[in-house]
Design a binder for this molecule. Structure first.
Ligand code: HAM
Length: 438
């Protein structure tokens, strides 16, 4: 036997038993975003490497250590997207969607980072990203946070807390950076290897360090919030007032800095204690400089992305996820000429009952073996085309999950019965999963 090929470490298949939960979550995300007027944009997974280096920042973990970068056959350096904001801005500039316009956009799909895989941290993971362009006030920051708060309510999640901070203007941040470097240089001997490296490349990230040995030094560092420019301070205060008015609870965390360089002013994260170390399920902020940095006209912007795997894990801890979508009915055909009648019947039923999940038996075999398959499929009913049903011009209907006799129905009566039992709704997402037929 040849050697079996396995999936790449940190990149997972989403199996049929899981995909129902993904679809369930995606449908709720889509509806919630539509309720606020956001439109979907679909973006390529591969971009030019320079796009990420210029936006996320040359001295970030993502660009320095985590990107899947390769040369294609033309010798161009390409990268599997590690996040979606850069590509969304690139597309917005390229198609003239941003200048003097307001856009509310979202995208969903796989992202790639060569991180050390562990629970909640993968090399291929999925984000839903949301970006708003052309709006500079704190109102849009508040709206973005309200979208997420509504989504958590819809999903029944009450174990998420919101942390917010302001990074100020790039100028204010640059002078704060110098203050921070001066302060940390005074404690250089106590810093760990990583912090020492970051001291001259990305000192703000030291504030984010998880090393308990640095806790005290970090606690004593000057706070960015005390060094905000006036406009950023007002922006941040207005955002807090809006969140209070909307009844969204939050804490201000002056050490929240984010790992991507494009942010300014508002940054925020939704965090849970229920997923261990990878507790941030959604994060984002304002990035007013990025559009111009990528060749567009200066355009204010803000957004966030949520990690779909982390959200699903969180939902799983709550036991709130739907599983498989078994067929409603399984069609058994065991008689001479039954297959032709069966194929035609199955198509007619699917025409008559949108939303019906009908699985047709394939592969032949005797009546008993087919019924066993019907049972294993998880269907609520078997439809049966045997000799006697064919002779009577009808179809057998046999309940598989509850007591009751098999009966033979004519086709019209069968359609009416199934429609009543299944309460088939035009929207497949809202269809009843386990109808009980009286
Ligand atoms: P980020 O914080 O890098 O931000 O990622 C957003 C979310 O994606 C994280 O909070 C987490 O839930 C999820 N995530 C990140 N890395 C992984 C991983 N290796 N495995 C599983 N989940 C992960 C961004 O990507 C920004 N583009 C967000 C944004 C949009 N800011 C403005 N607009």
């Amino acid at each position: 036997m040849s050697r079996q090929i396995r999936s790449i470490r940190g990149m997972h298949d989403i199996l049929p038993e899981q995909s129902g939960a993904w679809q369930w979550l995606e449908a709720r995300v889509r509806d919630t975003l539509a309720a606020y007027g956001y439109q979907e944009i679909r973006l390529p997974i591969l971009e030019q490497t320079e796009l990420f280096a210029r936006s996320i920042g040359e001295v970030t973990d993502i660009v320095e250590k985590e990107m899947y970068t390769f040369e294609d056959r033309n010798g161009d350096s390409l990268t599997l997207r590690p996040e979606g904001t850069a590509g969304c801005v690139r597309a917005g500039v390229e198609h003239g969607l941003l200048h003097n316009q307001q856009q509310r956009l979202w995208y969903a799909g796989p992202m790639f980072r060569h991180e050390r895989p562990q629970k909640g941290r993968y090399r291929q993971f999925h984000q839903v990203g949301v970006e708003a362009f052309g709006l500079e006030g704190p109102d849009i920051d508040a709206e973005l946070i309200l979208v997420t708060a509504r989504l958590w309510r819809r999903l029944g999640l009450d174990n998420l807390r919101l942390e917010i901070n302001s990074l100020g203007s790039p100028e204010a941040r640059a002078s704060y950076r110098q203050l921070l470097v001066d302060y940390l240089s005074g404690h250089a001997e106590a810093l760990d290897e990583e912090a020492r490296q970051r001291l001259h490349t990305n000192p703000l990230r030291i504030l984010d360090s998880k090393n308990p040995a640095l806790r005290e030094i970090i606690a004593g560092a000057p706070s960015l919030l005390d060094h905000l420019d006036q406009a950023s301070r007002e922006h941040f205060q207005q955002l807090q007032a809006l969140l209070r008015a909307a009844g969204v609870e939050f804490t201000v965390n002056p050490r929240l800095v984010r790992g991507l360089d494009y942010y300014c002013r508002t940054v925020f994260e939704w965090i849970t204690e229920d997923l261990g170390a990878q507790g941030t399920v959604c994060a984002g902020g304002r990035y007013d400089g990025l559009v111009a940095q990528l060749g567009g006209r200066p355009t204010p912007a803000a957004g966030f992305a949520m990690g779909v795997e982390r959200l699903l894990s969180l939902l799983e801890t709550r036991g709130g996820l739907p599983g498989l979508h078994p067929p409603h009915v399984y069609l058994v055909m065991a008689a001479e000429g039954a297959l032709e009648t069966g194929v035609q019947l199955a198509e007619a039923l699917r025409d008559a009952l949108p939303g019906l999940r009908l699985q047709m038996h394939c592969g032949g075999g005797g009546f008993k073996a087919q019924l066993r398959r019907a049972d294993r499929s998880g269907a609520d009913w078997a439809l049966i085309l045997g000799e006697s049903e064919l002779a009577a011009g009808g179809v057998g209907l046999k309940p598989l999950r509850q007591a009751g006799e098999q009966e033979t129905l004519q086709r019209d009566a069968l359609v009416a019965r199934l429609a009543r039992c299944l309460e088939i709704s035009p929207s497949p997402h809202d269809a009843k999963e386990s109808p009980v037929c009286p």
